[in-house]
Design a protein around this ligand. Sequence first.
Ligand code: G3P
Ligand code: CA
Length: 296
Amino acid sequence: MFKILLNSCLAAAGILSLSLSSSAATESVQLSDRLQKLVEADRPLVIAHRGYSMAAPENTIPAFELALLANADLVELDYYHSSDGVPFSFHDGTLNRTSNAESLWNESRIPTASKTWAELEKLDVGSWFGSQFSGAKIPTLAESLDAIQPGSITLIERKQGDPETLIHLLKEKEILNDVIIQAFDWKFITECNELAPGAVLGALGPPRRADGTAYPVEERFLNADFLDQIEKTGANVVGWNRQVTPEAIEDAHRRGLRVWVYTINDLDLAVRLLDMGVDGIISDNPAMVWKAIATR
Ligand code: G3P
Ligand code: CA
């Protein structure tokens, strides 16, 4: 984490407390001790994907609480904005798979960002997973952060929403220095870096081509071209699928980037990826990741 180390050394020496943005001086984020330690850790990180989503409905408070009980280093979530601007935790682009929206409103394929917060609050996001979770509500992003931060660190994946609103919320809660922001949209990460230099950011991939189409499978491996683009965003972390190689991971490390892989639920695959040198495993089953680490 060359960039983070450099920033903290300069800050400690009193040389750098401000960095310049295009319009005005923007304060550089000084990381919390626990986040600093985590991003510098010399062991792989255990990252709970959408909470402990193998044991509880994804992106809900029960899933986040179980991830804390499993001692996850990071708890990942996804968020959107409601049509009236409330950020809330949810994964899919439509409401149907993980809520009762379809039966409640008798509509199929309802876009997640199309409803007001008052409407979204009515949804049950637990019953689809199991009757013991019946009645679970969608948490706002703020409620999710309140549930996760006391026991872990949130890995916030932005699915939809502007960077200003997110940075403002994190500043208001005084946790901008104690969370990680990631997105598949590398322009969003670049904008977060401009608004909050020094914050820990992750660029997710593989990306889509400029025309919006997917790369063929064989071109989706992490490589030097992707890493060149990621470096320009100001990201500190690369979040990739299993299409990584030891060479690409080494290349990322030479550039001061950490490599985390998603979504790995198989023990043998997790062990193989750890053997390749990945720095973190994002899994629906964080206990399995601890086992994979212990196995080696
Ligand atoms: O953390 C990375 C991973 O969550 C990205 O994929 O579709 O599960 O959000 P997705
Ligand atoms: Ca995600």
